[in-house]
Design a binder for this molecule. Structure first.
Ligand SMILES: [Fe+2]
Length: 448
């Protein structure tokens, strides 16, 4: 998804919005049509909603924000508002609610979508008009919302027991130069612009743009691989108390952490379960399904640290030649299949070193796509933050409880994947598609 630039005609801005909504809906339906009604209404993990809750919740949010708020239309199913309010019902309690059955849920989201597209036809995207409609923001917001639930639904598929129902081609192999890449890249000291004022579909927490001074640092060229993570395990990393923060140590012991989620060992072989299939852990793939505490412990074991959020974004966006921040690591052009592993085109991360066309000016690869990357940073407001369109979107999550993830995984759509996008989660979470890369301060004289 490109940003909606003022030079674009309303027609093309609307076709971008229409395409983003249609792409999200195709994915939602693909993730739900492959399962029986019984599986859609079951709870596959107490961490997750039944898939049929996500489905109708997607429609309910679209009704609330597009049809009623932006479109000024009467309510279609006001009786559903409380049922599908994510703040009212924790995920673990949702199976007990009188939810719509799968077919009525499909009918409901379809009826909402018809009305939403009518609102889109008549909408005025004037950048100086209603802030909800300016540059089509609310359509982008709902497309992103649906895609983020699709990613959550993909995580539910990964947690589900039973035979495989999803299929996708393999991601590209690592290119010939992957084995010879330097282990880390140097990002020179200096200011860069973090966040955005100009991206029409950026969410409130990505705003406003502000200059951040970042000392020189080294960043891993690629995300930490399974091979590297296995060295940490083999070296007793899980038992090395000196590598674990006190809260991490406590959580490790309570939860019995010994390896990434979905891994187990048979003899000398590490296996994993991936969307219903069992396979040997692929050594050259970025590690995924580790919590923040595991990522932090690995980094300490390696004599390094997690990058701050600002360090991650500077490596991903700062163009030292032009002295400006890009939308993506490779420039401002929308992602193609050559740039990054996005959009659930594949059901796994690509090998480390893949996607040379998506490299950042720093030389780092796979910053977007493949795996979300834990950063060292707590989720906080940028200076000058203003909640929009509602406090519950981001503001209520600010604080030390949530850690920021950046970059987006293989199941993230391009409407979400951009250099400024901020994801956040609890440091204990492992069912999300999260890995990490490590960093270190540059020594004096290495400052570049
Ligand atoms: Fe939601």
């Amino acid at each position: 998804m490109t940003s909606l630039k003022p030079s674009e005609t309303p027609t093309s801005a609307k076709s971008i919005a229409r395409a983003a909504l249609a792409r999200a809906r195709r994915r939602t339906l693909a993730l739900t049509e492959c399962l029986t009604d019984e599986e859609l209404t079951a709870q596959h993990s107490p961490l997750m909603s039944p898939l049929v809750w996500d489905l109708a919740h997607i429609g309910n949010q679209e009704e609330l924000w597009l049809v009623r708020r932006a479109g000024g239309r009467p309510a279609l199913r006001p009786d559903l508002d409380a049922l599908y309010d994510a703040f009212r019902h924790p995920r673990a309690n949702r199976p007990a609610l009188p939810l719509l059955a799968p077919d009525p849920a499909r009918d409901y989201v379809g009826e909402v979508r018809v009305r939403a597209l009518e609102v889109l036809e008549g909408a005025d995207f004037d950048p100086d008009g209603d802030p909800l409609l300016a540059e089509g923001f609310v359509f982008g917001m709902l497309a992103q919302h649906e895609q983020q639930h699709d990613e959550t639904m993909l995580a539910t598929h990964q947690l589900r027991a039973g035979p495989a129902v999803l299929d996708a081609p393999e991601p590209p192999a690592a290119p010939p130069d992957a084995a010879g890449l330097p282990g880390e890249v140097l990002v020179a000291a200096g200011p860069f612009e973090m966040g955005t004022d100009t991206d029409g579909w950026a969410l409130d927490n990505e705003r406003p743009a502000h200059v951040v001074e970042v000392p020189a640092y080294w960043l891993d060229t690629v995300p930490v691989t399974n091979a590297a993570y296995l060295e940490f395990i083999a070296d007793g990393g899980y038992d090395r108390d000196d590598c674990w923060a006190p809260e991490g140590r406590r959580h490790r012991d309570e939860a019995g952490l010994r390896a990434p989620l979905f891994w187990w060992r048979e003899g000398d072989t590490w296996l994993r379960r991936r969307f219903g299939r069992t396979e040997p852990v692929p050594l050259d793939e970025p590690v995924v399904h580790v919590c923040w505490y595991e990522a932090d412990a690995y980094a300490r074991w390696a004599g390094r640290r997690l990058p701050s959020e600002a360090e991650w974004e500077k490596a991903a966006r700062h163009d030292p030649a032009e002295g400006r921040s890009r939308r993506y690591p490779w420039g401002d052009a929308a992602p193609t299949p050559e740039h990054a592993n996005l959009g659930q085109r594949h059901l796994r991360p690509a090998p480390a070193g893949a996607y040379p066309a998506g490299a950042a000016p720093s030389g780092a690869r796979q910053l977007l796509g493949d795996v979300w990357e834990w950063t060292a940073s707590d989720f906080t407001a940028y200076p000058g933050f203003a909640a929009f369109p509602y406090r519950e979107y981001s503001e209520v999550f600010f604080g030390p409880g949530h850690k920021v993830l950046r970059g987006g995984a293989f199941g993230v759509d391009e409407v979400v994947a951009r250099g400024t996008f901020r994801n956040w989660d609890l440091p204990i979470r492992r069912q999300i598609f999260a890995g990490f890369r490590t960093a270190r301060d540059a020594a004096p004289g290495e400052a570049g």
